[in-house]
Design a protein around this ligand. Structure first.
Ligand code: BLA
Length: 507
C-alpha cells in the first residue's frame, strides 16, 4: 500500500499552532474575561505553582489570586490599544513575573517563576554593551557575526545561528557561534517547510520565543473552549504557548534540549531568525528575553540601514552610466548606435557577461550570448508573451525549456520591452554558475507520513547533504531591476519622439 496523497508538505502550513490549547510547563496561563475579570480558563498545572487545583480557580475573580493592589493595572483595559504592564508578584511563597496581554475577548496572563536575586543593573549594562557592539559593526556580514557572538556571550546557548530566508523562504545559516565540540552548520541550507508559513507569521506578532525544555510534558488549558465565545484561546502572543508536536520531534531528532528563536526583521519583512540551541534544558527569564528582543531590534535597524546604503551607492553608479548612454543616443540621433557601438555600452549598466538589443527586426549582440536565431526564438516563444514590460530570472531553463541549450551564456536573463512594441527588447545575460548547495539533511526526505501517529513526521537525519545546482546564474538585485526600468523609460521616450517626428514629416 502507498499513501502518497497523505505526504503533502503543504499540510504543514495548516496546523493551527496559535490555538494549540496547551502551555509549556515552566509557567501557568490564566485567562479571564475583559469586563469583570473573572477567571475563565487556566492551565491544569496551577497546583504545581500556586498550590491550588485549577478547578478551584475557574469562575473566581482574578483579584482573589493577585490581590487588590495589582488588579489596578487592568483599570485601562477598556481602551483598545492599552498596553498591559508586567509586574512581579509573590503567590504561595513563590516569586513570579506576571505578563498580561489582550487576546480576542480574553485577557491572558502568563505567570513565570523568577529568581529573587536577579539584578536589574546587570540588564542595563548588557543593553548598552549590545548597542555599542552592533552600532560598530561595519558590514552586514560583521553585523551577523557580532550578533551571534554577543547573543552567545550574554545568554550562553551552546549554538547560536543567524538564519537568513531566501525569496522562496528556504533558509541558510550565515553566521554561527558554538561550542568547539559541536560540528559546524555554517553555510547549510534548510527547506521552507521546516518553518511553515503560520510559524513565520507568528514571529511578526511575538518576536522572541523560548522552548525551555524540549522534553516537557504539555499542559492542557481548561476548559478547552472559552466560556466567553466558545472559541479556543488564541495563544499567538503568550510567552508560554505550547509547541507543535512536529517541531518537538524535529528538535529531538537534532538532539536539541532547549531553544531560543527571535525574529530578524528588515524593512517590515521577516528577513531571518536568530536561532539558538542548547543541548540540555535551558530557561532564560522574561527580562533576558526583553534584552534579546532589544538586540534583534538593533540588529534589524542596523541591517536595514546597511542594506539601503549599499543600494544607494549602486544607484549612483548606474545613474551615471544611464545618463552617458542617453547622451550618446541623442548626439547620434540613433538608438542602436548610441547604445551598442560607442564608448559606453548598454551592457556596462550592470554586472553581466553579454546583452542583446532587438530593434525594428534587427538584432545586435554584445559579449557572451546565445546565437541570433536562439534570441529571436526566445523573444517569439517566450519574452513577447510576458505580461510585464520587465522580466527577469536566474533560472531561465526552468520557465523556458528551450534555454537549456544555452545555459552557459544565458542561465540568467533580465529584459525590458522598448516602447509599445512586443518586438523591441533590451536584454542582459548571465552565465550558469554551478553551485554546490549543502543542505541540513536531504530535502527530498524532508517529511514522511507516520501511520501510527497519523501525521507528518520530520526527517530523522540532518547529516550534510550536498546537491549540485545547474542552470542557475547569480541572482538579479533590486537595484539592477531599477537600472533596467530607468533605461527602458529613457529609450522608450526617445522612440516615441522619433515616431512623432516621422509622422510629422509624412504629413
Ligand atoms: C517551527 N522550525 C520551527 C522554528 C524553527 C524551525 C526555528 C520556530 C521555533 C520556535 O518558534 O520556537 C526550524 N530550527 C529550524 C531550522 C533550523 C533550526 C531550519 O535551528 C536550522 C538550523 N517542521 C518540519 C516539517 C514540519 C514542521 C516537515 O520539519 C511540518 C510538517 C513544522 N516547524 C513546524 C511547526 C513549527 C515549526 C508546526 C511551529 C512550532 C510552534 O510554534 O509550535
Amino acid at each position: 500500500i502507498s499513501y502518497p496523497e497523505k505526504v503533502d508538505i503543504t499540510n504543514c502550513d495548516k496546523e493551527p499552532i496559535h490555538i494549540i490549547g496547551q502551555s509549556q510547563s515552566h509557567g501557568v496561563i490564566i485567562a479571564c474575561d475583559r469586563s469583570k475579570l473573572i477567571i475563565t480558563q487556566t492551565g491544569q498545572n496551577t497546583q504545581d505553582f500556586f498550590g491550588m487545583p485549577y478547578t478551584q480557580l475557574l469562575g473566581k475573580p482574578l483579584k482573589d489570586l493577585i490581590g487588590e493592589e495589582l488588579i489596578r493595572i487592568f483599570d485601562n483595559r477598556g481602551t483598545e490599544d492599552a498596553r498591559l504592564p508586567e509586574r512581579e508578584i509573590t503567590i504561595n511563597g513563590t516569586e513570579f513575573i506576571m505578563v498580561p496581554h489582550f487576546s480576542g475577548k480574553s485577557i491572558i496572563i502568563d505567570f513565570e517563576p523568577i529568581a529573587s536575586n536577579h539584578n536589574p543593573y546587570e540588564y542595563q549594562r548588557q543593553l548598552s554593551n549590545i548597542l555599542n557592539i552592533l552600532n560598530a559593526s561595519e558590514t552586514p556580514e560583521d553585523l551577523c557575526n557580532d550578533a551571534a557572538k554577543i547573543t552567545r556571550d550574554v545568554f550562553g546557548y551552546d549554538r547560536v545561528m543567524v538564519y537568513k530566508f531566501d525569496e522562496e523562504w528556504n533558509g541558510e545559516v550565515i553566521a554561527e557561534k558554538k561550542n568547539e565540540d559541536l560540528e559546524s552548520w555554517l553555510g547549510l541550507h534548510y527547506p521552507a517547510s521546516d518553518i511553515p508559513k503560520q510559524s513565520r507569521a507568528l514571529f511578526m506578532k511575538h518576536r522572541v520565543r523560548i522552548i525551555s525544555d524540549v522534553n516537557y510534558e504539555p499542559v492542557p488549558i481548561e476548559p478547552e473552549l472559552s466560556p466567553i465565545d466558545h472559541e479556543p484561546l488564541d495563544l499567538s502572543r503568550s510567552e508560554l504557548r505550547g509547541v507543535s508536536p512536529i517541531h518537538i520531534e524535529y528538535l529531538q531528532n537534532m538532539n536539541v534540549g532547549a531553544s531560543l528563536t527571535a525574529a530578524l526583521i528588515s524593512n517590515g519583512k521577516l528577513w531571518g531568525l536568530l536561532a539558538c540551541h542548547h543541548y540540555s534544558s535551558k530557561h532564560i527569564n522574561y527580562y533576558q528575553r526583553q534584552t534579546c528582543e532589544f538586540l534583534t531590534q538593533i540588529f534589524s535597524n542596523e541591517l536595514s540601514l546597511k542594506e539601503s546604503s549599499k543600494y544607494i551607492a549602486k544607484l549612483d553608479e548606474w545613474e551615471i552610466v544611464r545618463e552617458k548612454l542617453v547622451k550618446q543616443v541623442e548626439e547620434k540621433g540613433k538608438i542602436k548606435k548610441g547604445l551598442s557601438q560607442m564608448k559606453v555600452l548598454f551592457t556596462d549598466l550592470m554586472e553581466c557577461e553579454g546583452g542583446a538589443l532587438l530593434l525594428d527586426g534587427k538584432i545586435i549582440l554584445i559579449g557572451k550570448t546565445p546565437g541570433k536565431k536562439e534570441v529571436h526564438q526566445l523573444v517569439d516563444e517566450f519574452l513577447s508573451k510576458q505580461p510585464d514590460s520587465l522580466f527577469f530570472t536566474k533560472n531561465l531553463s526552468a520557465v523556458y525549456p528551450g534555454a537549456s541549450r544555452f545555459t552557459e551564456t544565458a542561465s540568467g536573463i533580465l529584459s525590458v520591452k522598448l516602447g509599445r512594441s512586443d518586438r523591441d527588447f533590451l536584454m542582459w545575460f548571465r552565465p550558469e554558475v554551478v553551485q554546490n548547495v549543502s543542505w541540513g539533511g536531504n530535502p527530498d526526505n524532508k517529511a514522511s507520513f507516520d501511520e501510527t501517529k497519523q501525521r507528518i513526521t520530520p526527517r530523522k537525519s540532518f547529516e550534510k547533504w550536498t546537491q549540485e545546482l545547474t542552470g542557475v546564474s547569480d541572482p538579479w538585485m533590486d537595484y539592477q531591476l531599477g537600472a533596467a526600468r530607468a533605461i527602458r523609460e529613457s529609450i522608450s521616450n526617445l522612440i516615441q519622439e522619433k515616431q512623432k517626428i516621422k509622422i510629422a514629416k509624412l504629413n
